[in-house]
Design a protein around this ligand. Structure first.
Ligand code: ADP
Ligand code: MG
Ligand code: ZN
Length: 645
């Protein structure tokens, strides 16, 4: 990446280009090369001509230069007129002698050996070449440090940030929101941030603080980088773009100084946005591995970033946008208030999202009439935006290979097959059977929680895989200070609803309920041993609020009580399971409808449940749930359940 041309050099000096070294060297070399050559044009002759000359006695002198070429001097001339390249030295000498003898020349010429040194060449080989060699090596080295940076000027700029700047005077960005399909919530949030930058008073008037940092989080290929680029196109504010790995060099201190430089540049251009892609390259949690001292450089880079983010005022008009696939490995300090305190989740696209992504990427393709975006979206569950872009490109190539004028449905199907092949290796693909099981499992949770008075009503269920989990459901937890036994019990039933649905529908259960079982077991254990909610154990709590007891070694109850606890916990869970089975058997039809809807749409909302089971008569009304749709992406506000596959 070239250092951005729009940043004026602070001292206004022209950068000394190392390309001049090449120019000077070339000139010197040429000069030396030609200086080593004789100035007079000599004519090359062959042996026959030489013999003729010798016979006629014109030749006055033969000079054998470097035992290679014979310079022939005629009469009394100062400069040689002709030259002859000899083959073998002895044969040449013999021949010259013999020819003259035969011709009976009285004053034969003898061969005069001389050595003409080509000083230029010699100088070149012994002095210039090694210098050129070392300079070359050195420049390669420097360039390597600058990682692809152009021009030898890198050495003076190694501490400068390599951020690319997009603003109205520079190259216009050709990506806009139109190129980003779906991700509506993310777009809205990002535009809000741009609005912060443009009208800060509107927000600060009431004493509010503008966020300093926004983190885009999500699996690879979901369009985070694309989204950020489109912001550069949409925002109309200067946009510095840099990748986390651009900070990292093999020299200590370089990363930190680049961070400093970047923020200095940004402050001069405020209001503006700094975008750091793949921030995990520098933002990885510090000090996990104390033995490995090699991380010092990355840590100091990260520290500098934190310092800069703390350093500039909230209202200084610089907002840092960052993207990562790995929010889990980021240093917690980055997420603290005043840094990346906003997070935008970018998830894998659902059915509708995939359709829109197909639409975006098909804009420039010549399609046959049989190509249906709906159909293709259905064929590509679990695909990311990047995978879909790949499918479109692959299909175009396949059609071209076959010499077609338009891309047909079959080309797309072949492309999908090919890309699934790659994805299967990464374990990202769910088979149709698995998808069905997951759909029924999730529908089981949704159905039971909908039909139980005290369970948290559901707001959204999806079977789009997210991270390690296969499906997910969002519930709207009521604000409760205390929870009754019944409420806890209903929640347990809903948690068992997933496995129960598998049992009811398929007559067999799977490992997909691992996290459900973990949750329900902990819940039951807490009910029995902490909250005193079990008849047999009674009003006892073995909870230790001091947290000093090590229950692994000493239990505060007898062996006999331990057995009772085990028995009661398992009884409670079993009861919940039986109840779930009962509910789902009774509402088998509704369950199937819901599961089918999930298979078709991949995401369902409370409206879909209401359409099947009718309004919930109790508690939280469906209007309330309707409102929560808008902040669905804000998973912190909602209980989210993941099921590990
Ligand atoms: P990430 O940064 O999240 O890993 P990218 O933004 O680099 O993913 O996406 C890679 C490519 O995938 C993009 O250049 C684009 O072609 C395609 N893509 C991903 N998501 C979308 C989307 N929502 N809409 C359109 N294209 C997308
Ligand atoms: Mg990216
Ligand atoms: Zn489950």
């Amino acid at each position: 990446m070239e250092e951005n041309k729009n940043t004026p050099r602070p001292n206004g000096k022209r950068r000394f280009s190392f390309y001049w070294i090449y120019v000077i060297l070339t000139v010197v070399l040429f000069a030396l090369y030609f200086s080593g050559r004789d100035n007079v044009e000599k004519k090359d002759i062959d042996m026959g001509q030489l013999i003729e000359m010798l016979k006629s006695g014109e030749v006055s002198k033969i000079e054998l230069v470097n035992q290679e070429t014979a310079d022939i001097y005629l009469d009394k001339e100062k400069e040689p007129r002709y030259s002859y390249r000899i083959g073998s030295l002895e044969r040449f000498e013999e021949k010259v002698e013999k020819v003259q003898e035969d011709a009976g020349i009285t004053e034969p010429v003898y061969i005069n050996h001389v050595e003409h040194k080509n000083w230029g060449l010699e100088f070149l080989l012994t002095w210039i070449l090694p210098i050129v060699f070392f300079v070359g090596i050195w420049m390669l080295f420097m360039r390597g440090m600058g990682r692809g940076g152009m021009g030898g000027g890198q050495i003076f700029n190694i501490g400068k940030s390599k951020a690319q700047l997009f603003d109205k005077d520079s190259v216009p960005v050709n990506v806009t929101f139109k190129d980003v399909a779906g991700l509506e919530e993310a777009k809205v949030e990002i535009m809000e941030i741009v609005d912060f930058l443009k009208n800060p008073e509107k927000y600060t008037r009431l004493g509010g603080k503008i966020p300093k940092g926004v983190l885009l989080v999500g699996p690879p290929g979901t369009g985070k980088t694309l989204l950020a680029k489109s912001v550069a196109g949409e925002a109309n504010v200067p946009f510095f773009s840099i990748s986390g790995s651009d900070f990292v060099e093999m020299f200590v201190g370089v990363g930190a100084s680049r961070v400093r430089d970047l923020f200095n540049n940004a402050k001069q251009k405020a209001p503006c946005i700094i975008f750091i892609d793949e921030i995990d390259a520098i933002g990885r949690a510090r000090g996990k591995n104390p033995i490995n001292g090699g991380n010092d450089e990355r840590e100091s880079t990260l520290n500098q970033l934190l310092t800069e983010m703390d350093g500039f005022g909230t209202n200084s008009g610089v907002i840092v946008l960052a993207a990562t696939n790995r929010a889990d490995i980021l240093d917690k300090a980055l997420m603290r208030a005043g840094r990346f305190d906003r997070q935008i989740y970018v998830e894998l696209p659902d059915l509708n999202g995939r359709k829109e992504i197909f639409e975006v990427h098909m804009r420039n393709l010549k399609l046959d009439t049989d190509v249906s975006r709906d159909f293709l979206a259905k064929q590509t569950p679990g695909f990311s935006g990047a995978d879909i872009a790949n499918v479109c490109n692959e299909a175009a190539l396949m059609a071209a290979r076959k010499g077609k004028d338009v891309i047909g449905k079959q080309d797309f199907m072949d492309a999908i097959d090919r890309i699934i092949g790659g994805l299967e290796k990464k374990n990202k693909i769910i088979t149709a059977d698995e998808k069905k099981v997951i759909a029924f499992h999730e529908a089981g949770h949704a159905t039971t929680s909908w039909l139980l008075q005290y369970a948290h009503p559901l707001v959204k269920v999806t079977i789009v895989p997210r991270g390690k989990s296969l499906g997910a459901a969002w519930y709207l937890p009521e604000e409760r200070q205390i929870t009754t036994k019944e409420q806890l019990y209903h929640e347990m039933i809903a948690t068992m609803g997933g496995r129960a649905a598998e049992q009811v529908v398929f007559g067999q259960i799977s490992t997909g309920a691992l996290s459900d079982l973990e949750k329900v077991t902990k819940q039951a254990f807490a009910m029995v041993t902490y909250y005193g909610l079990d008849e047999e154990i009674g009003n006892l709590s073995y909870y230790d609020s001091t947290g000093q007891q090590d229950y692994a070694l000493t239990k505060p109850y007898s062996e006999k009580t331990a057995e009772t606890i085990d028995k009661q916990v398992s009884k409670l869970v079993e009861q919940a399971y039986q109840e779930a089975l009962e509910i789902l058997s009774k509402h088998r039809d509704g369950l199937s409808q819901l599961a089918q809807k999930l298979i078709d749409k991949e995401v369902i909302f409370s409206d879909d449940l209401e359409a099947i089971f009718g309004k919930r008569p109790w508690g939280t009304s469906s209007e309330d749930q309707g409102e929560t749709h808008s902040n669905l992406e804000d998973t912190n506000a909602l209980n989210q359940e993941n099921h590990e596959g």
